[in-house]
Design a protein around this ligand. Structure first.
Ligand code: ZN
Length: 285
């Protein structure tokens, strides 16, 4: 699942390639998209804005339409110059948007809808910008209220609720809990308002740090070593706990644990020493 910072970077890259130039071509095997395009041709319009919103990516056109894509697990957008070789087979192509300079290709994008811009938020139940960690409009107090409404749930689960805080995925979830010394299996009701505020602040800081200009596609939360210049094959190399089961904690040396958590069975990593339960109980991992 792409994290909020990936959607943010994708939106930024698409915006750079598409905004301000007339669209010269639009293709898709999805009948609903082609029907919309038949009624209101996208070619000739301009892309006005590309916006990350939670796990949705919104492309707003000058004709008043918005293309909303949700990447789920499989989808990705690539940007190519004309004539450049695609890095995925043509059969995976779901959407193509062209202008005089670039071709933006949505590969294996499982959810794509065209709608009138004013209908988007209501129709898709897209999280408001005020709860999106990468948005300038982010409102920590509102997010804290939403977290508080899930008192009986474990914080590690609640951090993944897109209607509570949008843009935190499974990697960030474990990392945020570690950085704030919060046990991910701790119920929200056991956290005081200051602890909740710290979790939210750290969530925003970590995600935002990963959308800096020079950041690549991997998530970096652990800065204890020099920034690498080549791609690491180990996904945990730049992280505090995620993907590091059985390895020593970078702070205390204790063995990092891993456990499946919540109704959606997502993996969670934590250090039992640095992230104790408030009541001192142990969580198997
Ligand atoms: Zn530790």
């Amino acid at each position: 699942m792409p994290e909020g910072d990936t959607i943010f970077r994708t939106a930024r890259a698409l915006g750079r390639a598409l905004i301000g130039k007339p669209v010269t071509g639009f293709r898709s095997p999805y009948p609903l998209l082609t029907r919309f395009n038949d009624d209101t041709p996208i070619a000739g319009q301009q892309v006005e804005r590309v916006e990350p919103r939670g796990k949705w990516l919104l492309i707003h056109f000058s004709g008043g339409g918005t293309l909303a894509t949700h990447m789920l697990m499989s989808g990705s957008w690539h940007i190519y110059r004309h004539g450049e070789r695609w890095q995925q087979p043509r059969a995976n192509m779901r959407i193509v948007l062209e202008n005089s300079e670039y071709i933006a290709v949505g590969f294996r994008v499982p959810v794509a809808k065209m709608m009138k811009s004013q209908d988007v938020e209501r129709a898709l139940r897209i999280p408001p910008a005020t709860i999106d960690v990468s948005s300038e409009a982010f409102n920590a107090a509102e997010v804290a209220r939403r977290v508080g409404a899930h008192a009986t749930e474990e914080i590690g689960d609640v951090l993944l609720h897109q209607e509570v805080i949008a843009g935190v995925g499974n990697v960030f979830k474990s990392e945020i809990c570690f950085v704030t010394a919060t046990n991910p299996f701790c119920k929200v009701s056991l956290l005081d308002s200051e602890e909740v505020a710290t979790l939210i602040a750290v969530a925003r800081r970590l995600v935002k740090a990963n959308v800096l200009e020079d950041s690549d596609d991997s998530i970096v939360t652990y800065g204890g070593r020099k920034r690498r210049t080549t791609h690491e094959s180990d996904p945990g190399a730049s992280l505090w706990v995620y993907g590091r089961r059985g390895e020593p904690c970078r702070k205390c040396g204790e063995r990092i644990r891993r456990r499946i958590q919540g109704p959606d069975a997502r993996v969670t990593f934590w250090c039992p020493q640095c992230q104790p339960m408030p009541d001192g109980s142990d969580v198997d991992g």
